[in-house]
Write a protein that binds this ligand. Structure first.
Ligand code: PEP
Ligand code: MG
Length: 585
């Protein structure tokens, strides 16, 4: 038995057999091939070799064009090796005669060759050994396919243990077969984690090298509340986790039973609790959890789950469905936030060096106006069916906001000319998730009708800590006084200009922060649907004065530790059975 501590990102406990998708070179699947399937296995190998060869030739030619023949020579060795019968013959023979699968036959043969080169000792041969390693990875990559094609091979129910999952891979997970996942990489507010919460799929990320420590079929426990993953647990541990799971389910069920109650503090201050969604299908969960509407619709997931670019009517159909499911409750549609970790295969153009500081979100839309206009047309058309607002993400300068508005105005004029109905007074808002926008919030507040504070990005940009990087996860904290000061100043600017302000980062759904956010003046919180009942419970247990007192006290602190201690003490005092701190005994 072995226990690995990762980052808890989506609650729930699952006990099941592992299905491992490690890094290609580190997790070669072993399979024995029955005699009648061996010829097909050799064909599979030859297809992979042919694809790798074509890729290498293309690379060689491109290098020759761009850097000259001398530089292209490095690929000659690769190309030659891939056609060498003395290397490939024994690989094919092992498949035919011993029935090993192509991946194993390739990995074993290449490992032998690498060892031979390394044993020769000189720098030249060490370089050759590196070339062979590179080639080995390339062929194994072809044989094993991407994560999605490997996942397609999973037949029974399992816990997915992966080196890394992209948000679109997570969104495509088949809930019938994958019961939970745990990954080596990732952080709590990375979009893969957000998708796990949206799907209600228990998940732990940031479990360094987990995928190398597990084999397919090993029993694992994923505890999405504490972030613990247990490998090959003994019977007593399995029993203890079953019991813990039962208690937690009972607690969550009791919270949901009160979901329909009003979200107001003991002294009668109304707090609007809304849901964050990636797909319209999540709206029934928002309502079942007692949400009053949708405060953030991440529309880019329409792109991430589709092999082709959505057309205007695809956008329109999704928005209209969301509006209908909400039955008159409010819907804030955020325009496309593509880029950074949210790229479809289709749009994976030249990789950027610093994608989170690159062409993402509103910047991407402003540079790709046809795509932006397509979405804006659909939002405007859908706006006649219900109370819709539109919101621009990642705005960092006033000029950017004005540009986005100008494009929206162009679209409005087009619709007017075409006689297409839309809501003329569509409220336009922006997210505050870049420090420059928070610092200039007074100026922005004069230009929009609402703000929504996106703490997921705001924290990473204020603290210079990648939200998806497990190595710096302990530095990523909403309790940092610099973050809290900015949030407070944004709320103040909004109040001065009498515009609405809400918060839609993951902080809004963290029980620990609920009192503080209310005390800072927020009256609208938008979160993962499953978090609404617990936040509502806290709202109903506190009064405004208590929250404001806490916010004043926290405002005087200079360290994150002081803030966290104060928040923990306060939460423990008002809601001792809140989910943090439960352990298996
Ligand atoms: C945020 O940054 O807080 C936010 C809500 O947007 P996203 O998580 O989609 O980047
Ligand atoms: Mg964001």
């Amino acid at each position: 038995m072995e226990s690995v501590q990762g980052i808890a990102v989506s609650p729930g406990i699952v006990i099941g057999p592992a299905f491992v998708i490690g890094e290609v070179e580190e997790h070669v699947p072993h399979r024995s091939v029955p005699p009648r399937e061996r010829a097909a296995e050799v064909v599979r190998l030859d297809d992979a070799l042919a694809a790798a060869l074509a890729e290498l030739r293309e690379l060689r030619d491109r290098t020759a064009r761009e850097l000259g023949d001398e530089a292209a020579k490095i690929f000659e060795f690769h190309v030659g090796l891939l056609q060498d019968p003395s290397l490939l013959g024994p690989i094919r023979a092992r498949i035919r005669e011993e029935g090993v699968n192509a991946e194993v036959a390739v990995a074993d043969r290449f490992r032998m060759l690498i060892q031979q080169f390394e044993a020769l000792g000189s720098e030249v041969f060490r370089q050759k050994a590196n070339d062979v390693i590179d080639l080995d990875r390339r062929i194994l990559g072809k044989l094993m396919g991407g994560t999605s094609s490997r996942l397609a091979r999973l037949k029974a129910q399992a816990v997915l243990v992966a080196h890394e999952l992209t948000p679109s891979e997570a969104a495509a997970i088949d809930r019938e077969r994958i019961l939970a996942f745990a990954t080596d990489l990732g952080g709590r507010t990375g979009h893969t984690s957000i998708v796990a919460r949206a799907l209600g799929l228990p998940a732990v990320v940031g479990c360094t090298r987990l995928s190398q420590r597990v084999e397919d079929g090993d029993l694992v426990i994923v505890d999405g509340d504490s972030g613990t993953v247990i490998l090959r647990p003994d019977a007593d541990t399995v029993q203890a986790y079953r019991e813990l799971d039962r208690r937690k389910r009972q607690y969550r069920a009791s919270l949901r039973a009160d979901a329909a109650m009003k979200a107001e503090t003991r002294d009668g201050t109304a707090i609007t609790l809304l849901g964050n969604i990636e797909f319209p299908d999540e709206i029934p969960a928002v309502l079942a959890n007692g949400g009053a509407g949708v405060g953030l619709y991440r529309t880019e997931f329409l792109f991430l789950t589709s092999p082709t670019e959505p057309l205007e009517d695809d956008h329109y159909a999704a928005y209209r469905r969301a509006i209908e499911l909400l039955g008159g409750r409010p819907l804030t549609i955020r325009t496309l936030d593509l880029g950074a970790d949210k790229y479809t295969q289709l749009r994976a153009e030249e990789p950027e060096r610093n994608p989170f500081l690159g062409l993402r979100s509103i910047r991407y839309c402003l540079q790709n106006q046809p795509l932006f206009k397509t979405q804006l047309r659909a939002i405007l058309r859908a706006s006649v069916h219900g109370p819709v607002k539109v919101m621009f993400p990642l705005v960092s300068t006033v000029m950017e906001l004005r540009q986005a508005r100008m494009i929206l105005n162009d679209v409005i004029e087009e619709l007017e000319e075409e006689g297409v109905p839309f809501r003329a007074d569509l409220p336009i808002g922006m997210m505050i998730e870049v420090p420059s926008a928070a610092l200039m919030s007074k100026a922005f507040a004069r230009e929009v009708s609402f703000f929504s504070i996106g703490t997921n990005d705001l924290i990473q940009y204020v603290l210079a800590v990648d939200r998806g990087n497990e190595r710096v996860a302990p530095l990523y904290s909403g309790a940092n006084p610099a973050v809290l000061q900015l949030v407070k100043s944004v709320v103040r600017s909004a109040r001065r200009e009498s515009i609405d302000v809400s918060i839609c980062g993951e902080l809004a759904g963290e029980p620990l922060y609920a009192m503080l956010l209310i005390g800072m003046g927020l009256r609208s919180l938008s979160m993962t649907p499953g978090q609404i009942p617990e936040i509502k419970k806290i709202v109903r247990l506190v009064d405004l004065e208590q929250c404001e007192r806490l916010a004043r006290r926290v405002g005087s602190f200079e360290s994150e530790r002081q803030v966290l201690n104060a928040l923990r003490d306060e939460l423990r005092a008002i809601a001792p059975d809140s989910t943090g701190g439960w352990t298996a005994e």
